[in-house]
Design a protein around this ligand. Structure first.
Ligand SMILES: Cc1cc2nc3c(=O)[nH]c(=O)nc-3n(C[C@H](O)[C@H](O)[C@H](O)COP(=O)(O)OP(=O)(O)OC[C@H]3O[C@@H](n4cnc5c(N)ncnc54)[C@H](O)[C@@H]3O)c2cc1C
Length: 420
């Protein structure tokens, strides 16, 4: 996005405002520089945001470079004002891609660059899970690492240069597929028609499933590695990261640059099972990171914002409370593919979409398969409907592999569009 034009967007709100967090998260993921003004006194709210005080329901306030002021805006109102909220420009495309994470963006770059009329439907911002990562260090070509938001923004720009359309804040809810024509229905009633469709919807963050969790989302509880939030934590604050995978370790290391104490809460006995060795070494050698193994979060406490959590040691049964307003959940995710059941797309037990050779049982094609060829690699059991990245059964759950699958899917989509 054009940072010069947007550099003076100002967002004013109070700590723990979930609405302000959603806007910050969106702008961060799109690589937009903006100024966040955290209001902590009534007087400051009056002077700077022109509202009556911190409890004024008009907060947060967003002020744009042209002087336009939006009170208590939704993310959609902000992006409408920026001119990024678009309707599809065509009644029919060659390729519709659902999800603008690494897999979807990669497919958009390759699809559009190879001449396919391509549209991407994304329910939030670009980047997917990777977009919340402060530093991806194992992605080829970035020896110093790259933030997920930067990687995604570069990919978005690249896809758009080749002519792909990206529709933000649009959620696909249903599909209908017939040979050579798929229709995606979006939550707002928009219909997307394309000759081939690619599902790249990744996984949705797992929740703790505790009372109050939804209430504190964006107000003390954050999903993913919280790349956008670290710089807002004061040096004396105590940050908790739950999850013993690579993303949890990455988050803990990132926060340890900003605060004096980070506690990593892990349900297993050690990090060994699930974390890359280079991250384990760094976590264990950081004097600012405390590792609590065999431990879980069992309760959340607070008022408008999270104030404390209860922890429980699985081995001893001991429970205790810790004060914190920063809880980052890196618990992995589950695919959201219930829509696929309605259209007869095959899923595995966990809900991942089954594709290509995995559809063959003892060399036999799926029952509903009418074509005299096997399903293409990455094609589901509905001809012309493909899946790539984390949503796919057997996928590797890495950025590079999602990008690889997105690119690969386009080769088969081309074949499908040309030959059926
Ligand atoms: C914090 C964190 C750090 C990570 N760090 C690394 C790392 O260092 N190295 C590495 O290799 N991997 C890392 N990973 C894993 C990597 O990010 C994922 O494997 C990768 O993002 C998967 O890409 P994807 O495109 O398949 O899916 P996702 O990234 O999950 O993207 C899916 C997209 O689809 C959208 N979507 C979902 N449903 C719908 C719908 N119905 N309609 C429209 N849009 C929809 C979502 O909003 C999302 O943008 C990390 C993951 C996390 C969470």
């Amino acid at each position: 996005m054009d940072n010069n034009e947007n550099s003076v967007i100002k967002l004013l709100g109070k700590h723990g405002s979930a609405e302000a967090y959603a806007i910050r998260d969106f702008l961060n993921r799109c690589g937009v520089n903006f100024e966040w003004v955290e209001l902590d006194r009534d007087e400051q709210a009056r002077d700077q945001a022109q509202v009556t005080g911190l409890d004024d329901s008009r907060l947060p306030v967003c002020v744009f470079p042209d002087g336009t002021r939006l009170e208590h805006p939704t993310v959609r109102q902000v992006i409408e004002k920026l001119g990024w909220f678009q309707n599809p420009s065509r009644s029919e495309y060659d390729l519709s891609i659902y999800g603008a994470g690494p897999a979807g963006l990669s497919a958009a770059v390759y699809g559009a660059s190879e001449g396919l009329r391509t549209v991407v439907v994304e329910r939030f911002a670009v980047g997917g899970q990777a977009g919340s990562s402060p530093k991806i260090e194992n992605y080829l070509g970035f020896p110093q690492g790259v933030s997920g938001a930067e990687l995604a923004e570069r990919a978005r720009e690249q896809a758009c240069r080749f002519g792909a359309e990206i529709l933000f804040l649009r959620e696909a809810v249903r599909g209908e597929f017939e040979p050579g024509r798929g229709t995606g229905y979006l939550a707002d009633g928009t219909k997307i028609v394309a000759r081939a469709s690619l599902c790249a919807t990744g996984v949705d963050y797992r929740r703790l499933n505790l009372p109050n969790e939804e209430r504190f989302h964006g107000a003390g509880i954050y999903y993913g590695a919280g790349a956008s939030e670290a710089s807002l934590c004061g040096p004396d604050e105590h940050v908790f990261v739950v999850g013993g995978g690579n993303s949890g370790a990455q988050a803990a290391l990132h926060f340890s640059r900003y605060v004096s104490k980070v506690t990593m809460v892990v349900r297993d006995e050690s990090l060994k099972k699930s974390v890359s060795q280079y991250l384990i070494d760094r976590v264990l050698s950081s004097p600012r990171i405390e590792l609590l193994t065999l431990t879980g979060v069992t309760a959340l406490h607070g008022d408008n914002v999270l104030r404390a959590i209860t922890l429980r040691n699985k081995r001893t049964g001991k429970e205790w409370m810790e004060e914190t307003s920063w809880l980052f959940l890196c618990l992995g995710g589950d695919p959201q593919t219930r829509w696929a059941v309605e259209v007869g797309i095959m899923r595995d037990e966990a809900g991942y979409l089954v594709t290509g050779p995995d559809l063959l049982k003892n060399g036999q094609r799926p029952d509903n398969w009418k074509l005299d060829r096997d399903p293409y690699y990455l094609e589901t059991n509905i001809p012309g409907v493909f899946a790539a990245g984390d949503v796919r059964h057997g996928s590797v759950k890495r950025c590079a592999s999602a990008v690889g699958e997105g690119a690969m899917a386009v080769t088969f989509i081309h074949r499908y569009v040309m030959n059926g």
